[in-house]
Design a protein around this ligand. Structure first.
Ligand SMILES: Cc1ncc(COP(=O)(O)O)c(C=O)c1O
Length: 362
């Protein structure tokens, strides 16, 4: 039986291998592996793609969050509001800065942070709001900006989604190999329209220095490698096509009748489907049937961040974020990547329908 993976990154770059090999060779011949020409050029190209003035390449998406917070001067005594239904790094970065993550619940339909709950959690100590464009679905930023606080968009799952980056104070990205825009290892980026903030973050990522001789801040050593920047310059022009391919695959799941038996991710014109996350009270039965049929699936944030052992010191109790905790029990993702074969999607849908006792579609 032919197995169906959750993602197939190799198929995304297979046709680009000759270009990637040539780029690798070029960087090898140059002997320049840190802050070389591809690093600087990618920063400009990524900023232009995102529609912002500046971007800074860093070592990974977690560092991007930490550096954005540091650049804004956020640290001990400060509170930052974020969702608990997200990857751990969102809150980890806040805690790493010595600040306090304050969790807001999510919207049951979009799975993004609930705007009203964010507003309700603002105190005199709140220094920023950190929404996540979860699973590639952009969250409208304007209502958050109206609250009058800096907005740090954790866009790790949403590079190139419409409306992301241009309006918020600063946005951050991960190039982890399963992301919509990925590199061949770890990588990250920070994007902003604020030149002063960009300059500070650029220096923070380089030991708080411009030249590694005079050090103005206590910073970090966190830079996007030259080789990764070189690869990303090959991938970036492909991204619009890849994101369109993801949207096509998501639409096909709906056409194939998957929505008759599970709750599909709610579409939005800007959704770029980093992951295709459905909901069902019968998730465990469905996933067992998928495994049996050789089809990969996954669940997300089954222990939401407010209940994670490392963050227990914050004192959150069970049932304090009811929607988050409910979605943690019933979400699961299905295989999706740009160019996923139709037959694979048909097999997924047939297997899910059979698992919940629905007849196969004619
Ligand atoms: C929402 C979110 N924030 C932050 C990160 C951290 O990115 P990285 O793994 O590159 O450190 C990730 C990805 O793993 C993520 O999904």
């Amino acid at each position: 039986m032919h197995k169906i993976p959750l993602v197939d990154v190799h198929s995304e770059y297979a046709s680009l291998i000759p270009q990637l090999e040539a780029r690798f060779r070029e960087v090898l011949d140059s002997g320049q592996f840190i802050r070389g020409p591809h690093y600087w050029a990618f920063q400009e190209e990524a900023a232009a793609y995102l529609g912002v003035k500046r971007s800074i390449g860093v070592a990974n998406g977690t560092d991007a969050l930490v550096l954005a917070l540091d650049g804004l001067g956020i640290g001990p005594g400060d509170e930052v509001i974020c969702p608990a239904f997200t990857f751990y790094a969102t809150a980890e970065a806040i805690a790493r800065r010595g600040a306090t993550p304050v969790f807001a619940d999510i919207d049951p339909v979009t799975l993004n942070v609930d705007l009203e709950d964010v507003a309700a959690r603002i105190t005199a100590r709140t220094r920023a709001i950190m929404p996540v464009h979860l699973f590639g679905r952009p969250l409208p930023i304007e209502p958050l900006l109206e609250l009058g606080l800096p907005v740090i968009e954790d866009s790790a799952q949403a590079f190139g989604a419409p409306g992301v980056a241009e309006h918020g104070t600063v946005s951050t990205y991960s190039f982890f190999p399963t992301k919509n825009l990925f590199c061949l290892g770890d990588g990250g980026l920070i994007a902003t329209n604020d030149e002063e903030l960009a300059e500070r973050i650029q220096m923070l990522s380089f030991h708080g220095s411009r030249d590694k001789t005079d050090f103005d801040f206590v910073g970090y050593n966190s830079r996007l490698d030259e080789l990764q920047a070189g690869m990303l310059r090959i991938f970036l022009p492909e991204l619009a096509g890849w994101n369109a391919g993801r949207r096509e695959a998501a639409a096909r799941y709906a056409e194939l009748g998957l929505g008759d038996v599970v709750e599909l991710p709610q579409d939005d014109p800007g959704h770029i489907y980093h992951l295709f996350v459905c909901r069902s009270p019968e998730r465990d039965r469905i996933r067992a049937a998928l495994t049996e049929a050789g089809i990969a699936s996954a669940t997300y944030y089954t222990t939401p961040l407010h209940l994670q052992p490392a963050l227990r010191f914050l004192g959150w109790e069970r049932r304090s974020l009811p929607v988050t905790e409910e979605v943690a029990t019933d979400n699961f993702s299905l295989p999706l990547w740009p160019g996923i074969p139709v037959e694979a999607q048909e097999r997924v849908v047939e297997t899910v329908r059979a698992a919940v006792g629905a007849p196969a579609r004619a």
